[in-house]
Design a protein. Structure first.
Length: 499
């Protein structure tokens, strides 16, 4: 009879496996958290559930030509694992680095791949999460855990964001999104249009420009870029002196963070000057008569959105060499042959790449319930962008956008391990955040859009948890504050309620 039973029924009959901590996601955040648990909470059992067939998250799923980081790996890498390659790294190099972290710390046995979490329910009576994971064949397993760490990134993994333009269906060529880049896509000798202006478009264009007949970047509005060599001279110098890699990592990391702090402060204090400097850098890499005003002068202030780093100015070299061009205009519609822009210009293409961004996802869009009742995350209030009111024993690893994401992974790793150890010492089974009595918090959208306003965030801001008008009750996106504030959080402070 067992053989004819549906897979789902069979799995439901299996006893649930229990772990002290469950990490959802094996991207750079989940692997970082797993490492910190082994070091800082060695007596706790934990499991990582990962939907995909391997680790890496962002760096596994993105397979478009040229895919690379736009942060340096001294700060995008973990603080505990030296980075010895060039600062801007390819996805393959980042995956190899993460693979070493898994290998060196024996994390592999803690990870179950091909397990997509489809439901998580908190039981107040049992003080534990019951998590259901589904495998690609549709079979399901149940896990229970005292604590849930959502290391799920911030965007939908399966499908990127593509706006609907009139006439799209009539286009005779191929339309491709970088997030789901087809392995068989042959762009050699083809006319390619890349729609978008962010880091992905800036990476993709130079990577394919040499092989295509021509590549045209079509953007609605420009982005700030910063150029530089893909080398840190100090690291090279120290390496020549046979300084240990761990020292080089720490020294270079501190150097970069110091420079970035100065840059952020200047971008806020004197945005006009910083803007002029960034534009002068772009201008220096383009022909003299190039219309930098139209194509590379953003409407927003530097640092309202991430500034994309262009190593060795490769994007601009492609433009200067005539292999790539930029058109700044809005798209009126697709045609059989390409695009018609608002100006009336038609651009013909064989392939159109929509580098138009992501769909924001809140905690992996997992349906969470508390004692069986659905949780609407947009109704919760966040504590420091990692805990949420009404959701006990749950955290979300949401990194930085202006600084490297992973800097926050290490900071939150320390904080979460401290919290777990604190709970153990207190004999508490559950912890929840709640605004202290007397603190009349105003509920505001997750991000201050005057300060940080990328489109993917604006499109789905209403789905995000709310922030309060107090630094404790928001994700400030400010590494330089948080590096001192997070380690100093009083876990017996009034925001924490233990049971
Ligand atoms: C192309 C690109 C380049 C980027 N470059 C940089 C950069 O240079 N610097 C920087 O700071 N940031 C960069 N970012 C942002 C980047 O996403 C983060 O820095 C970082 O990689 C996120 O890591 P993560 O582990 O938190 O999330 P992700 O990498 O998104 O990984 C989340 C993991 O969770 C898994 N998962 C999701 N849902 C479920 C589920 N229901 N059940 C089980 N598993 C699930 C996914 O399969 C995935 O493996 C970049 C983003 C993109 C898309």
């Amino acid at each position: 009879m067992g053989g004819s039973m549906p897979a789902k029924t069979r799995a439901a009959a299996e006893p649930a496996e229990h772990f002290d901590v469950l990490i959802a996601g094996a991207g750079i955040s989940g692997i970082g958290l797993a490492y910190h648990l082994t070091r800082q909470c060695p007596d706790r059992t934990f499991l990582v559930l990962e939907a995909h067939e391997s680790y890496g998250g962002t760096w596994l799923i993105h397979r478009y030509p040229g895919i690379r980081s736009d942060s340096d790996l001294h700060t995008f890498g973990y603080r505990f694992k030296p980075w010895s390659g060039p600062p801007i790294a390819t996805a393959a190099e980042i995956l190899a680095y993460m693979g070493e972290v898994i290998e060196e710390n024996a994390l592999g046995d803690h990870i179950r791949y091909r397990h997509r979490i489809v439901h998580a329910d908190w039981s107040s009576r049992e003080a534990r999460w019951t998590v259901i994971a589904e495998r690609p064949d549709g079979s399901r397993s149940t896990f229970t855990a005292g604590f849930f760490i959502g290391a799920l990134g911030y965007y939908e993994q399966d499908k990127g964001y593509t706006p609907e333009w009139p006439g799209m269906a009539s286009f005779r060529g191929r339309i491709v999104h970088p997030q789901t880049w087809p392995e068989d896509l042959d762009f050699a000798g083809k006319r390619v249009i890349v729609i978008g202006s962010g880091a992905t478009a800036a990476t993709l264009v130079p990577a394919i420009a040499g092989q295509t007949a021509h590549v045209t970047l079509v953007q609605r509005s420009p982005t700030y870029f910063k150029t530089g060599r893909n080398e840190i001279e100090l690291a090279t110098l120290l390496r020549e002196r046979s300084i240990p890699e761990a020292w080089i990592h720490e020294i270079v990391r501190r150097g970069i963070l110091h420079e970035q702090a100065k840059f952020v402060a200047r971008a806020k204090a004197e945005p006009e000057t910083v803007r002029d400097e960034l534009l002068a850098d772009v201008r220096a890499n383009l022909p003299e008569d190039y219309d930098v005003g139209r194509h590379f002068t953003p409407r927003y202030r530097p640092w309202q959105q991430r500034i994309a780093f262009v190593p060795d100015a490769d994007l601009f070299k492609g433009i200067a060499a005539g292999k790539a061009s930029v058109v700044t205009d809005t798209i009126e519609r697709f045609t059989e042959r390409g695009l018609i822009l608002s100006s009336g210009t038609e651009i013909e293409a064989d392939i159109i790449v929509t580098a138009t961004g992501f769909n924001l996802s809140v905690l992996g869009d997992i349906p969470f319930t508390v004692d069986g009742d659905p949780v609407d995350l947009s109704q919760t209030l966040t504590y420091r962008g990692f805990m949420f009111t009404g959701l006990p024993n749950l955290v979300w690893i949401f990194g930085y956008f202006r600084a490297s994401w992973t800097l926050r992974v290490d900071l939150l790793g320390d904080l979460i391990c401290r919290l777990l150890n604190h709970m153990k010492a207190k004999g508490a089974r559950a912890v929840e955040v709640a605004p202290p009595e007397g603190l009349a918090l105003k509920r505001l959208p997750w991000a201050d859009t005057e300060d940080f306003n990328p489109n993917y965030l604006l499109r789905r801001l209403d789905r995000m948890p709310r922030r309060g008008d107090h630094p404790d009750w928001q994700h400030t996106q400010d590494y330089w504050r948080e590096k001192d504030e997070l380690p100093a959080i009083d876990l017996d402070g009034p925001a924490f309620v233990y049971r």
